[in-house]
Design a protein around this ligand. Structure first.
Ligand code: COI
Length: 355
């Protein structure tokens, strides 16, 4: 059976006891996997409802070789972060949006999904059980990776008969090896990330494998990451491998509209809402690649990447540079977002959930 084995029966209390930290070099965290103590898992039954779920020791899982995830790619990922506030409280950022996004993705991928409440509960239990892995304030966050995958076996092409919802975490700091330095992006003209009618608008695992070779080549040439164009016309910018993209043009902030090929990022949505509150005009629309030349600032957004400045973009071997040192709009939006996420700015929008 495709069971996530429970290695221990030990459950972790919800009492807030510790301020002791795991043995981690908090000043040198990047974005590589650090094994934490526990993971959470639950499986669906025939009717599609998910069991209550439980924590087990973090470790390998057992899968049937005919599992839907292994054979037919029925899998979704989510990305979230838990931050430790100065006063020790641990905060999640808009977790219901991740839960709803996973539900939408599950519909697209013909999967059963946990309820919003079950999703959030699984995430909270994972954070509580791994509390000592939540970095000290200012040193990063506990990145959470909720997964939903076909764990039931089938030989012919069909939806899995059983799904597993699993959450694990890893303490992280900066996503890019560049740290907080500006990124230099390469515009890929041949291979698109997504195509109309495909799965680009949901967080299917099938969106990520196909960009790896493109990324590898770009990184070998010294670029930080790749910006993809739309599949149909190859004229409009869509998304970076693991983040959304924004252009700043005077008082206007422009980002490609989510039209089914672009992931509706939660950081993207939050940055748009913050920008509107600050009085910027935000345009979500088709963005021709040529328009990059007129942008004063460019930045990427994502849960893993945060708000990351772009210093240059290379398109058809022509490099366009952007204001970074004084990229005031990027800095302003990024610092407000992080302030809310980490509890240093008052959360008037009720975005933050304390664990
Ligand atoms: C995230 O930003 O959380 C993501 O899931 C992107 C991932 C490919 C690193």
């Amino acid at each position: 059976a495709s069971v996530v084995e429970e290695h221990v029966s030990e459950m972790v209390g919800t009492e807030r006891v510790d301020e002791d930290y795991a043995d981690v070099d908090w000043d040198n965290l990047g974005f590589s996997l650090v094994r934490t103590d526990y993971m959470f898992a639950t499986r669906s039954c025939r009717e599609g409802n998910f069991e209550q779920g439980c924590l087990s020791r973090y470790g390998n899982i057992e899968l049937n070789p005919a599992a839907g995830i292994l054979n037919y790619g029925q899998g979704l990922i989510e990305g979230m972060k838990a931050y430790r506030r100065e006063d020790g409280r641990v905060l999640l950022f808009r977790p219901e949006l991740n839960a709803v996004r996973m539900k939408k993705g599950a519909e697209r991928m013909c999967m059963h999904s946990p309820s919003v409440q079950q999703f959030i509960e699984g995430v909270k239990q994972t954070v509580l059980a791994n509390r000592r892995w939540v970095p000290p304030p200012g040193k990063g966050s506990l990145y959470l990776r909720p997964l939903l995958f076909g764990s039931g076996a089938s030989l012919g092409l069909s939806a899995a008969s059983e799904f597993t919802f699993l959450v694990f975490g890893s303490p992280v700091q900066n996503y890019f090896k560049e740290g907080t330095a500006a990124l230099n992006l390469y515009v890929e003209e041949v291979i698109p990330r997504a195509y109309p009618g495909g799965s680009g608008g949901v967080k299917s695992i099938s969106n990520y494998g196909p960009v790896l070779e493109v990324m590898r080549k770009a990184k070998a040439r010294g670029f930080s990451d790749v910006l993809y164009l739309d599949a149909e016309t190859k004229k409009n910018i869509e998304e970076v491998s693991a983040s959304n993209i924004f252009l700043v043009k005077g008082n206007t902030i422009v980002t490609p509209a989510t039209n089914g090929t672009i992931l509706g990022g939660i950081t993207r949505k939050s940055v748009i809402e913050i920008a509107i509150d600050l009085g910027y005009k935000v345009e979500e629309r088709v963005v021709p690649v040529e328009e990059l030349k007129d942008a004063e600032e460019v930045f990427c957004t994502g849960t893993a990447t945060g708000v990351a400045s772009v210093g240059s973009i290379t398109f058809q071997n022509t490099r366009t540079e952007y204001k970074v040192g004084d990229g005031l709009v990027t800095q302003q939006l990024g610092s407000i977002l992080v302030g809310i996420q980490t509890g240093s700015i008052q959360d008037i929008k009720n975005w933050v959930v304390e664990i």
